[in-house]
Design a protein around this ligand. Structure first.
Ligand code: G4P
Length: 536
C-alpha cells in the first residue's frame, strides 16, 4: 500500500461526522457545548443563563458564539477527542428550521437524537428521525435532563419504540430514584459510575467514581433501595430487553440509548466515549459509477447546503461540501458534474471550534465551506477529472408550513405574478394554486417559516412588490392520484372540505390537511385514492 493511501485510511478511520436531531429546548446547544468542553475545545462551559430573550431570534450556535465570545458559527464544528476527529453538523431548529435542516442529514454518517426525559418524543424529533431512518444510518439516543423529574426510563424506551418504531438498547441505566439520580450503571464496562455533586453548575467536567458492579462500596454509597432497584432493572433488561447487536445498530434498526444530563455533565463523557467507539467512520456512497469508497484516492464531494449572507458586512454565499472520497487540497481543480466544467477551489474554509479558517487539506467525512459566486446548487457533485461521477439526487422534502400570499397593491399584479413564478422556481418555496382560484393569490408551502420571510423580503427588494401573507393551518401536503389514472377532482372525493384542494405548478392535484390524523380520515373515506409525499 502506498504511503499516501495509508495516511488517507488513517484519516478516514478517525473521523466521526454526525448531526444532533432534537426538538427545540431538548438540550442540543447544551450538549454540543459540553462535548466541546470534554474535547478540550473550550475550557469552561459558559453559564447558559440569560439566553432566553434572544434565543428565538438567532440560531442556536450563534448563541454559543455570543456567550462564549468565540466563533463556533454556523454549519459545522470540528474538534479532536482522544485520537478521533469529530465533525458535528448543525441542524437548525427554532425559527431556522428549514429544508436545510433535513439536507444536513444527507451529509452525516450517524445521528444523535436528544430526548427530553420529561417530554419524551416530540414533533420535530419525529420528523428528523424519519429522514435518518430512511437513510438507514445509525442513531444514538441521549435521554437528557435526568437531573430533574421525568418519565421513567422503561416508559421512555417504550415510547421510542411506539412512536418512532425503533427498538432501543440502553447502554447505561440511571442509579437512584427519579429526579435524584446518583449515577449510571455502564452495561458495557459492567461498572457503576457515581457522580460527585455538581458544584460548578456544569461549568467543568464532572468528578465521577467508577466501581465494579461486584464492589460493595457503591452499594454503601447509594443505599439499599437504589441498590436493589438497580439489580432488578439490570435483570429485567438482560432478560426482556433487546440483545446488543452491532449489525442492527449499523443499519439504524436498534438505537443505543444513554441517560444523562447535559447541563450537569452527568453521563456526558461516558456518552462521548461510547459514541466514538460505536459510531461508524465515513461510509461509501452510491454514485452514477457505482459505490464510491472513502478510501478511493480520487476526490469526490457533494454540496449539501448553500448559505447566503453569512457575513452581513458583505453579501457572500457559502456552499458547504461533504467530502466523500480522496484528499482535498487547497487550490485543487475539480470537475463540476452538473455544469460540466473544471473549477478551482481557491478559498476553502473550515470551521474549527476556535475560528473559521482557511484550510489546506481535508478528508472524507469533513465539511468544507467554499465561496460560491453562484455556480453551485444543492446536490451538485464535485469530483476528480480522472473519475467523473455524480452522486444520487437529493430527496425532495414535502412542505410543512403554508400561507396564502397576495399583492398588497392590486395594481402590481403583473410584477407579483412574475416574482412569485421566478422566486419559487429556485425550490426553497413551493407554489400552489387553490382549486377555482386565479392568479390574484397563491398558496405557498415550505419546510420552515423562515423561507416565507425570505420570499417576502426578496419580492420587495427584487420585484418592488409588497405582499400580504396569511398563514394557513395545514401541516401536511399529499399529491393525489388514482391507480387507474382517472382525473382527481375536488368533487370526486369525500371529506375534502377538511383540508384545501390545490394544484402544484405542474397542475397536479394536491391536498393540504392539518395533520396525520386528518390524513387517516381522508384515506378511510376514499379507499382507492393514493396519497403521495412527492409527485410521481
Ligand atoms: P436546544 O438547543 O435543544 O434548543 O436546547 P438548549 O441546550 O438551549 O436547552 C434548553 C433549555 O434546557 C435551557 O434552559 C437549558 O439550560 C436546559 N437544559 C439543557 N440541558 C439540561 C439538563 O440536562 N437539565 C436541565 N434541568 N436543563 C437542561 P433555559 O431555561 O431555556 O435557559 P437557561 O435559563 O437555563 O439559560
Amino acid at each position: 500500500m502506498s504511503e499516501q493511501l495509508a495516511s488517507l485510511e488513517q484519516e478516514i478511520k478517525k473521523r466521526r461526522t454526525f448531526a444532533i436531531i432534537s426538538h427545540p429546548d431538548a438540550g442540543k446547544t447544551t450538549l454540543t457545548e459540553k462535548l466541546l468542553l470534554y474535547g478540550g475545545a473550550i475550557h469552561l462551559a459558559g453559564s447558559i443563563k440569560s439566553r432566553k430573550t434572544q434565543r428565538h431570534a438567532v440560531s442556536d450556535w450563534m448563541e454559543i458564539e455570543k456567550q462564549r465570545g468565540i466563533s463556533v458559527t454556523s454549519s459545522v464544528l470540528q474538534f479532536d477527542y482522544e485520537g478521533a476527529r469529530i465533525n458535528i453538523l448543525d441542524t437548525p431548529g427554532h425559527q431556522d428550521f428549514s429544508e436545510d435542516t433535513y439536507r444536513t442529514l444527507m451529509a452525516v454518517d450517524s445521528a444523535v437524537m436528544i430526548i427530553d426525559a420529561a417530554k419524551g418524543v416530540e414533533a420535530q424529533t419525529k420528523k428528523l428521525f424519519r429522514v435518518c431512518k430512511e437513510r438507514h444510518i445509525p442513531i444514538f439516543t441521549f435521554v437528557n435532563k435526568l437531573d430533574r423529574y421525568g418519565k421513567a426510563p422503561l416508559d421512555l424506551m417504550d415510547e421510542i419504540e411506539r412512536v418512532l418504531g425503533i427498538r432501543s438498547y440502553p447502554m447505561n441505566w440511571p442509579v437512584g430514584v427519579e429526579g435524584k439520580y446518583l449515577g449510571v450503571y455502564d452495561r458495557h464496562k459492567n461498572q457503576v459510575v457515581l457522580f460527585a455533586e455538581d458544584t460548578t453548575h456544569g461549568q467543568e467536567a464532572r468528578q465521577a467514581d467508577a466501581f465494579d458492579i461486584e464492589d460493595e462500596a457503591w452499594h454503601r454509597r447509594v443505599g439499599d433501595n437504589a441498590y436493589h432497584n438497580l439489580q432488578d432493572d439490570i435483570d429485567l433488561l438482560n432478560e426482556a430487553g433487546e440483545p446488543f447487536d452491532r449489525a442492527r445498530i449499523d443499519r439504524g434498526e436498534l438505537t443505543p440509548m444513554f441517560f444523562g444530563s447535559a447541563m450537569t455533565n452527568f453521563g456526558v463523557q461516558n456518552f462521548l466515549e461510547e459514541y466514538l467507539r460505536l459510531a461508524p467512520p465515513p461510509a461509501p456512497r452510491e454514485s452514477s459509477v457505482g459505490l464510491i469508497e472513502p478510501q478511493d484516492e480520487k476526490f469526490s464531494a457533494f454540496v449539501f447546503k448553500i448559505q447566503a449572507n453569512m457575513n452581513p458586512a458583505h453579501r457572500d454565499r457559502l456552499a458547504f461540501i461533504r467530502i466523500c472520497s480522496g484528499k482535498f487540497t487547497r487550490n485543487m481543480s475539480v470537475w463540476h458534474s452538473r455544469a460540466e466544467k473544471s473549477i478551482k477551489l481557491a478559498q476553502p474554509q473550515q470551521f474549527l471550534a476556535q475560528d473559521r479558517q482557511i484550510i489546506d487539506e481535508a478528508y472524507p467525512g469533513d465539511i468544507v465551506g467554499l465561496f460560491d459566486p453562484g455556480i453551485f446548487g444543492i446536490g451538485d457533485t464535485l469530483c476528480d477529472e480522472g473519475k467523473k461521477l455524480a452522486f444520487a439526487d437529493f430527496p425532495v422534502f414535502p412542505p410543512e408550513k403554508f400561507a396564502r400570499v397576495q399583492a398588497k397593491d392590486t395594481m402590481k399584479r403583473k410584477q407579483f405574478v412574475k416574482g412569485m413564478e421566478e422566486l419559487t422556481q429556485e425550490g426553497a418555496v413551493q407554489l400552489f394554486r387553490q382549486a377555482g382560484a386565479g392568479q390574484e393569490s397563491y398558496i405557498v408551502g415550505a419546510v420552515g417559516v423562515l423561507q416565507f420571510e425570505v420570499l417576502e423580503y426578496r419580492l420587495k427588494n427584487e420585484y418592488n412588490v409588497e405582499i400580504l401573507m396569511q398563514p394557513q393551518p395545514y401541516e401536511v401536503a399529499r399529491w393525489l392520484a388514482f391507480p387507474d389514472k382517472r382525473e382527481v377532482t375536488p368533487g370526486g372525493l369525500k371529506g375534502i372540505d377538511r383540508g384545501m384542494f390545490v394544484y402544484d405548478r405542474e397542475e397536479r392535484p394536491v391536498l393540504l390537511v392539518n395533520n396525520e390524523w386528518a390524513l387517516g380520515w381522508i384515506t378511510e373515506n376514499n379507499p382507492d385514492l393514493r396519497l403521495l409525499t412527492a409527485p410521481e
